[in-house]
Design a binder for this molecule. Structure first.
Ligand SMILES: *[C@@H]1O[C@H](CO)[C@@H](O)[C@H](O)[C@H]1NC(C)=O
Length: 406
């Protein structure tokens, strides 16, 4: 009797349990479905499926952290990491780049990645990057608070695909950052920044690896100035040919601006923006050309800014970033020390950051990231490592400033 009574009590309990399981399965299915459609909408431009190596590594990390479900969405690794605030693990993200034997470089030497949860707001990112630094000459850079994300090539392509154009406009310093970006996109440590198929002389052949970045006198004409140059020559040079982004470097170092050059730049920036409505990013770099005169550089930027804003359809978002020239080295000496020396570069950066706050222009300070690096002869050009770092900083900004939420 006793036994039967217990059975009677057990049956409703089992029914209750079954009902609970059914409901939770339903909730889970609905949740998963809504997640997927959300991510698909958000990453409308994720079109790649090549170059899996780095990404697989990231996916492994996600799985290791117990969120196996997110492994369905590997191309959103960076976003997911940011959401979960999981730092990256230590690894050389350049290990599969070409020509590492001739031009050894490792992301671990460039920056300490994965020490802190990644930044997920554009403003905290800029603050953390601008105030980070190094412990010791040429040692890896550390962001100050939240972490810098290191984008593998696949992720990098997804970031760029969010834009119709990423325009670089400025001086030698910015040209080198563009070079760093090309190196990442080509996964080629030796020739990433140059048109090695277009060398004109024996001298030109020196323009690779560090020299491409450090010796502008020699290598200016060998530098890659747009993604189009690469695709026109050989589409396989590019790791993400389908990103559908135009990237160009416009060399406009002088102040006052040359109207002809400005015009060429504005034409290039506005081209196709009537039908490709993805946002446009403009990266400005200036300082040496105005002898660190805040007013002059500010008006250099404002002139370009106004022209772009007037020329681009009003509903195409424009994201703009000014990258400061960073610290100048001890090689700046004599007559130039007062205007272009270490102290002057610091004062200039601080003034430009204040200006940025006033006019609502994002500013990435690079003084603290470059002060403890060895400089090239003119105190202007960092080498491969410094420019990979700056390129990666710009990529972090490009990702966060345009996060799809408008
Ligand atoms: C960079 O470092 C200097 C001195 O070490 C400091 O005064 C300055 O505020 C720092 N810059 C930023 C953006 O934090």
């Amino acid at each position: 009797m006793y036994f039967v009574a217990r059975r009677h009590r057990l049956i409703p309990l089992i029914e209750l349990l079954l009902a609970a399981i059914t409901i939770s399965t339903l909730v889970y299915l609905i949740y998963r479905h809504s997640c997927e459609s959300f991510l698909m909408a958000k990453h409308h431009y994720d079109v790649y499926d090549e170059e899996l190596s780095h990404r697989e590594l990231l996916v492994d990390n996600i799985v290791a952290f117990g969120t196996a479900d997110s492994a369905h969405l590997p191309s959103h690794a960076a976003t997911l990491h940011r959401e979960y605030q999981i730092p990256q693990t230590k690894v050389n993200y350049l290990s599969e780049f070409r020509n590492l034997d001739k031009c050894p470089v490792s992301s671990e030497d460039v920056a300490a990645i994965g020490e802190a949860a990644p930044c997920y707001h554009k403003n905290t990112l800029l603050e953390s990057l601008s105030s980070g630094g190094r412990i010791g000459l040429d040692s890896p850079y550390h962001s100050k608070s939240c972490g810098m994300w290191w984008y593998g090539t696949h992720e990098l392509c997804n970031v760029l695909a969010k834009y119709s154009k990423v325009m670089f406009v400025g001086d030698d310093v910015l040209e080198d950052i563009f070079g760093g970006m090309m190196l990442l996109i080509r996964e080629d440590a030796m020739y990433g920044a140059v048109r090695q198929w277009h060398y004109n002389s024996i001298e030109d052949m020196k323009c690779s690896c560090e020299t491409a970045f450090r010796n502008h006198g020699l290598c200016e004409s060998a530098l890659v100035r747009s993604l189009k140059e690469l695709t026109d020559y050989d589409i396989t040079l590019l790791k993400c040919p389908r990103a559908g982004v135009q990237m160009q470097m416009h060399y406009l170092p002088r102040y006052p601006l040359d109207p002809v050059e400005v015009n060429r730049f504005v034409m290039a920036a506005t081209k196709d923006s009537d039908f490709d409505r993805r946002p446009i990013a403009v990266i400005y770099g200036h300082g040496h050309g105005s002898l660190f005169d805040k007013g002059a550089t500010a008006s250099w930027i404002s002139t370009l800014r106004d022209m772009i804003h007037n020329a681009i359809p009003y509903d195409v978002p424009i994201y703009e970033l000014f990258v400061t020239p960073g610290a100048t080295g001890p090689q700046v000496s004599g007559f130039n020390t007062l205007t272009l020396g270490l102290k002057a570069s610091q004062v200039f950066e601080s003034a430009m950051r204040d200006w940025g706050r006033d006019v609502q222009m994002d500013v990435l300070g690079t003084w603290n990231a470059t002060v403890q690096t060895s400089f090239s002869a003119d105190g202007l050009h960092g080498g491969v490592q410094t420019n990979l770092l700056k390129a990666m900083m710009v990529l972090n900004w490009l990702d966060l400033v345009n996060n799809g939420s408008g």
